[in-house]
Design a protein around this ligand. Structure first.
Ligand code: HEM
Length: 404
């Protein structure tokens, strides 16, 4: 029997910028996995429910070595062929993936973040809030806070000079924007590769020891080297873009969401002890990975009633799964008191975000401080006029004009 083919939903309903595309509701009701045509025209499966989505991310018969499905129409490439740099362990399976990831994981534990990063984070957030207080009453929150804080943090973690932020941010933006041509995206990625390559050479020359990049250089040099230069540079590029673009998008969107949900914001201001739960709920509600994440079947298999053939791509629409009423009560309601065991905002399974404790620290520090410092903070433009990023790999707000 030939399966009916539907287009992967990617367009949000007018006036509902904080909700995933409305078509997901019906698809999720119809069947757990549906045969789809992806944005680039290739075909495969789309998982829209939480349970089956989490199975896709946990089943060793599905490989992380995949090709992109979210590129513009007609732009289909083989796995790994569509990246100008070594994407490293993001595309690897066990046991190689775990071995690689362990090289970095010590830097990202809750304890490492609490002791090494939190004091720095508190300081830079306070400085930025002071600058906002001293500046114009109406300002762009993205430029004033949502972009600089994640950039400063990733620079501190990696040992990258903050003065270079405009360069690496614009390159990341170009690389992640599926609304741009292949040439533009590749030129962004190539810029990042060139930048990290030069930085590595510089650190080798000066013998700098600060930050993850310096640690990785030690892993690539000497008799007990475990990384090639290409892998080292790939990891540096990955951490640089994954570490700031995502968190910036989430910070901007979270602020917009709380500004448009006054009771939830009030609850957060009155009960700062709810901040951690509020951030998890925002991660679920907003799920910024806009077009989902794919895995490839290594053999024929059955999942959620679908007969998946070896070599087929299965994409998990995490934004749909995180609104699945089978797993979350009243899923379309933002509720910081929600009792939640798990969500997919940071991915799921062995590849779940390595930097999630860093992102959590940033969000749990910024949001309460922001609303405490500026109790009257409000949108300076109506919600319908806030420019959203509909084409980025990560959904976000391009500009967020607010009045303090
Ligand atoms: C709110 C902010 C963030 C979000 C929403 C986010 C989201 C994600 C998601 C969904 C994945 C899974 C990818 C997959 O399964 O293929 C992932 C992986 C990853 N993230 Fe994040 N991320 C965030 C912040 C960060 C930060 C701050 C860093 C680094 C400092 C980081 C570094 C990574 C790395 C290295 C991986 C690859 C993990 C692996 O394949 O094992 N992320 N992230």
């Amino acid at each position: 029997m030939t399966e009916p083919l539907v287009d992967q939903p990617v367009t949000r309903a007018p006036g509902k910028p904080l909700d995933p595309p409305a078509e997901f509701t019906q698809l999720r009701e119809d069947q757990p996995l549906v045969k789809v045509r992806f944005p680039n025209g290739s075909t495969g499966w789309l998982a829209t429910r939480f349970e089956e989505g989490s199975q896709v991310f946990s089943d060793p018969r599905l490989s992380a070595k995949r090709w992109r499905h979210d590129t513009p129409e007609g732009e289909v490439a083989e796995a790994g062929e569509d990246s100008p740099f070594d994407v490293g362990f993001v595309f690897m399976d066990e046991p190689e993936h775990g071995a690689y990831r362990r090289l970095l994981s010590g830097r990202f534990t809750p304890k490492a973040v609490r002791t090494k990063l939190q004091p720095y984070l508190d300081r830079i957030i306070d400085e930025h809030l002071d600058a906002i207080a001293a500046g114009p009453e109406t300002f762009d929150f993205i430029e004033a806070m949502a972009l600089p804080i994640p950039c400063l943090v990733i620079c501190e973690l990696l040992g990258v000079p903050y003065k270079d932020r405009d360069g690496f941010h614009h390159a990341t933006e170009a690389m992640m924007d599926m609304g741009r041509s292949r040439e533009e995206r590749d030129s962004g990625a190539n810029w990042l590769v060139g930048y990290i390559t030069d930085l590595v050479a510089e650190k080798r020359r000066t013998g700098g020891t600060e930050g993850i990049l310096a640690e990785l250089i030690n892993r690539a040099d000497g008799a007990d080297a475990v990384l090639t230069d290409r892998q080292l540079i790939g990891l540096g590029v990955l951490l640089l873009f994954a570490g700031h673009d995502t968190t910036a998008a989430m910070m901007g969107l979270s602020t917009l969401t709380l500004l448009t949900h006054p009771e939830q914001r009030q609850e957060l201001v009155e009960h700062p002890e709810k901040t951690r739960a509020a951030v998890e709920e925002l991660m679920r509600y907003l799920t910024i990975v806009q077009f989902g994440l794919g895995r490839v079947a290594k053999e024929d298999l059955e999942l959620g009633g679908a007969h998946i053939k070896k070599g087929e791509l299965v994409v998990v629409a995490m934004n749909a799964a995180n609104r699945d009423p089978r797993t979350f009560e009243n899923p379309d309601v933002l509720d910081i008191d929600r009792r939640m065991v798990r969500h997919m905002g940071f991915g799921y399974g062995v590849h779940a975000c390595l930097g999630q404790n860093v992102a959590r620290a940033e969000l749990t520090s910024v949001l309460p401080k922001l609303f405490k410092r500026f109790p009257g903070l409000r949108l300076a433009t109506p919600l319908e006029e806030v420019p959203m990023d509909f084409t980025g790999t990560n959904y976000g707000v391009r500009k967020l004009m607010v009045t303090r």
